[in-house]
Design a binder for this molecule. Structure first.
Ligand SMILES: [Zn+2]
Length: 463
């Protein structure tokens, strides 16, 4: 045969083989993903004050289990990287986000949309104080403790990202989900106002979304799972990851090669019930881990190695600010939290000339091809956001492919829906006096929900 014709036929055979492989055996290309996981203990090593309950009057005196920071670095077929950091901490203060954003930029040239940080919101973790108002009036011993912890925390958070990057290897990524029922709405109308009491008729989000990441030997390397429920089974004086910590612990026991990462959903108005003991936190953790294991038994939906990442800000207005005279009156209140909040606002007024009129809150979307959309919302996010976004963005032929995380990237206040805001109560604005990372005078304006939802649609370019 003439050598040119031979080459032509050989090239045709190669092309046909390639096309057959491409269309006939998509699993052969599923390895286009790469992922790396890492985990590090962040339990304070010295007596440290705890975060979550303002009434605590002394530092922690031990631990039930370790607190962790964990990282997943996921890389798609084009080399686009997504860095997820989860923590057994009360909050994600914006300076922590700024610090890690700077870290991934300087070390890896990654943009802000590549980073998502979520906290489990355990109320048995250390306090994190690093801004003007969170340090205001802090006794020097407590200040020293906070600074000491912060320095080690920052090093560990950047270190856990670096460790995950080093472990990047070819993987398959699948998505599955199940349901879990111990989270119950906690807003109950009693005597004309909403109080913190289990409400079986209130809205909930019982979805348990799961990412399962396996290596080429089909060994599970990572399990990323979500649930929308306050991580507040307990409020003791010992460090503990609460139900989310126990759930991760159980999964890492069942899958010894895996790093299990908990992503808290929009569960600001949802509590675990029953609550009040470490035993119950363990029970809820086991229940959630069992729900994840159930999800892993269902059909695994292979996610295409194509990430589309967006990060933007929604401007959230506050309602009308109180006058100087109103603040002066409040500063005389017999309620020490009300008076301290008013005194700080008076200082803010003096130092800055005005109170905050708005806050630019980060909104993030992570799309896995057209198969899964993960939305990361800021603050202590109320459940209505998850229910609305799932209804608005869900595709009938792909049920359950919208994953809404709350408590992400900047946890600076409760974020009520319009319904919760109009109903009033703790999540609507009464809680503002307890937030000090960002000092805010009162409730958000009534358009808070529209501003957030609109920004999500804008990032996803949906109509
Ligand atoms: Zn909370």
């Amino acid at each position: 045969m003439h050598s040119q014709s031979f080459q032509r036929i050989a090239s045709l055979v190669t092309t046909v083989t390639f096309i057959l492989l491409w269309f006939g055996a998509p699993h052969m290309f599923a390895g286009q993903w790469k992922a790396g996981f890492a985990s590090t203990v962040i339990t304070p090593s010295t007596p440290t004050w705890m975060a979550g309950y303002a009434s605590r009057n002394r530092p922690a005196d031990g631990k039930v289990n370790e607190l962790y920071a964990k990282s997943m670095v996921l890389q798609d077929a084009n080399g686009t990287k997504f860095v997820l950091v989860t923590t057994d901490l009360i909050s994600v203060p914006y300076p922590i986000r700024d610090y890690l954003q700077q870290h991934i930029k300087s070390q890896y040239g990654l943009p802000p949309e590549s980073l998502m940080i979520n906290c489990s919101h355990t109320h048995c973790g250390p306090e994190i104080r690093m801004t003007r108002w969170s340090l205001d009036g802090l006794p020097s011993e407590r200040l020293k403790g906070a600074q000491h912890y912060l320095a080690s925390l920052q090093a560990k958070l950047s270190g856990v990202i670096n460790a995950a990057v080093k472990k990047l290897e070819p993987v398959q990524v699948t998505y599955c989900r199940s349901r879990c029922g111990f989270g119950m709405n906690r807003r109950t109308l009693r005597n004309g106002s909403y109080s913190n009491f289990p409400n079986p008729d209130g809205p909930v989000d019982h979805d348990v979304p799961v990412l399962r990441i396996t290596n080429n030997q089909d060994v599970i390397q990572g399990i990323v799972f979500g649930y929308a429920c306050h991580n507040t089974t307990i409020g003791i004086y010992q460090f503990c990851g609460d139900y989310a910590g126990f759930a991760q612990e159980q999964l890492e026991t069942s899958y010894p090669d895996a790093v299990a990462m908990f992503v808290l959903g929009a569960g600001a108005d949802i509590n675990p019930y029953p609550r009040g003991s470490v035993e119950l936190a363990k029970t809820h953790g086991k229940t959630l881990a069992t729900a994840v294991e159930a999800a892993l038994m269902t059909k695994q939906n292979s996610l295409p190695a194509k990430l589309t990442l967006h990060y933007g800000r929604a401007t959230l207005d506050y309602s009308d600010a109180p006058s100087k005279q109103q603040l002066t009156e409040r500063s005389q209140s017999t309620n020490s939290y009300v008076s301290l909040h008013a005194k700080r606002l008076l200082k803010q007024l003096k130092e800055q000339g005005s109170l905050r009129s708005h806050y630019d809150a980060p909104i993030q979307t992570i799309q896995f091809g057209d198969q899964l959309t993960l939305i990361a919302l800021p603050g202590e996010t109320c459940v209505d956001y998850a229910l609305r976004l799932k209804a608005e963005l869900g595709q009938p032929h792909l049920p359950g492919r919208v994953w809404v995380a709350g408590y992400s990237n900047d946890v600076f206040a409760y974020i009520p829906s319009r319904r919760v805001l109009l109903e009033g109560g703790y999540e609507a604005g009464d809680s503002m006096k307890y937030f000090t990372t960002v000092l805010q005078h009162g409730p958000f304006a009534q358009n808070v929900e529209e501003r957030i939802i609109r920004k999500v649609h804008e990032l996803l370019k949906t109509p």
